[in-house]
Design a protein around this ligand. Structure first.
Ligand SMILES: [Zn+2]
Ligand SMILES: [Zn+2]
Length: 426
């Protein structure tokens, strides 16, 4: 009796699960085409825009709320908070080393402003997974500022160009970066060589994706320029000055907007330009490498090599602390190490011996909200299996030339044993 009752209950439960799953599947299909999730996303995007006002193309189901009296939630959940009109949000997308780890991608920072403008500083290898985890409105992400051409600072150039083109960017991607001591060592040469390298990829997507989104415009500037303007629009001014790192051609940036100043140091030995031009920064970021002994232990190097890299090519924590104790920003941000417990302890001990001011040693997905009154440092909470962001109606409507197809010779090789389903009407 009991067994029969149990069996019947299990059968009913299974039926309910199948029904729910079926409803879910049917619900996720566009009734017109039976398959176009993209169209559904478009409709969702339009709804989302209404909800979020003039801000971002917010995903369906998210109604971003304003932060009142500086009372931020303990974690940052992307697309749930309205950025204040006077506010700046800085998100670390990569804070580690060229040796990629799941905890720390190579260097990249996203800066979002209350006026709707967004900027990416460096696009180090692996960092784009963190950018996508935020589900950003890619139609607004078309400006990248490279500090120098090491792979741990520009290695995700291709993933950014292609990934954002697929996910909502339908305008030209602008890359700002320094010249080199020779033309072939500058940003323009780098981008042109990269474009040749993945010409096949771009050719396959051109036509299927918005034409303009495939374009790249390079804005190369003199790496020797001292606090000169690199970008100036919509109340935002970005200047560059030289950094000392390996060869000539590395720079730092200062972004000023609405009485707030963010400095992105790039990679550098402590230098006079940073001390001069980073002055008055609300948030001053500067590399803070592992001290020699910890670096030797981490990579298994001898102490001489570790000392050379940590104290000649980069900035060791004690030097970072000295820079910040002189500069006195509202928040000092150190980065460029995998923050394992041992590494973090080595860095903090060395920094705190010389600097006792406000400090954040950055980790991937650390979020810094900045207003004139407050600076809040938190971690973002993201989904490992996050969906790509919704695209805007403008992206859907953007002009596309006809998609290309393989040659007759290749098409004649199709196996007759399979016939694809008929194409749904657009
Ligand atoms: Zn470097
Ligand atoms: Zn680096």
């Amino acid at each position: 009796m009991r067994v029969r009752y149990l069996r019947r209950t299990i059968t009913i439960l299974c039926g309910l699960v199948v029904l729910t799953f079926t409803v879910h599947l049917v619900g996720s299909r566009d009734p017109a085409t039976g398959s176009s999730i993209a169209l559904l996303r478009t409709a969702r995007a339009a709804e989302g825009q209404e909800q979020a006002g003039a801000q971002d193309n917010t995903p369906r189901g998210r109604t971003p709320a304003a932060i009142v009296d500086g009372q931020y939630p303990a974690s940052y959940f992307p697309n749930t908070e309205l950025l204040g009109a006077d506010e700046m949000r800085i998100t670390a997308l990569g804070t580690g080393m060229p040796n990629l780890t799941r905890a720390a991608a190579s260097i990249s920072y996203l800066v979002e402003l209350g006026n709707g403008e967004k900027f990416i500083f460096d696009i180090g290898a692996g960092s784009m997974a963190n950018l996508f985890s935020l589900r950003p409105d890619f139609s607004k992400l078309d400006k990248v500022f490279a500090s120098h051409l090491h792979v741990d600072h520009v290695g995700d150039f291709m993933p950014l160009h292609i990934g954002s083109w697929l996910s909502g960017r339908y305008t030209t991607l602008h890359i700002y970066g320094p010249s080199g001591s020779k033309p072939e060592l500058g940003t323009k040469a780098f981008v042109e060589a990269m474009q040749k390298g993945y010409a096949w990829d771009v050719a396959t997507r051109t036509g299927a994706l918005p034409d303009q989104g495939g374009h790249i415009e390079v804005h190369e500037f003199d790496y020797l320029q001292e606090n000169k303007v690199v970008y100036q629009e919509n109340g935002v001014t970005i200047r560059s000055w030289p950094a000392i790192h390996s060869l000539d051609g590395s720079v730092s940036y200062g972004l000023e907007w609405n009485g707030l100043k963010y400095v992105f140091g790039g990679d550098t030995f402590p230098n006079k330009w940073y001390m001069k031009f980073a002055a008055g920064a609300d948030v001053a970021s500067h590399e803070c490498f592992l001290p020699p002994k910890a670096l030797a232990a981490y990579f298994g190097w001898d102490l001489a090599q570790a000392t050379y890299v940590s104290t000649r090519i980069h900035t060791e924590p004690q030097a970072f602390g000295k820079v910040m104790s002189t500069l006195k920003p509202r928040l000092a941000v150190g980065y460029h190490t995998v923050q394992s417990p041992e590494n973090n302890a080595a860095i903090m001990t060395a920094v705190r011996a010389v600097y006792d001011g406000p400090l954040a040693i950055a980790r991937d997905l650390m979020v810094i909200n900045v207003t004139r009154k407050t600076i809040k440092v938190r971690m973002a909470s993201v989904d490992d299996y996050v969906l790509p962001p919704d695209v805007t109606p403008a992206y859907v409507k953007a002009p596309r030339t006809d998609p290309k197809s393989p040659s007759k010779a290749i098409l004649s090789g199709k196996w007759k044993g399979y016939t694809p389903p008929p194409m749904p009407k657009r």
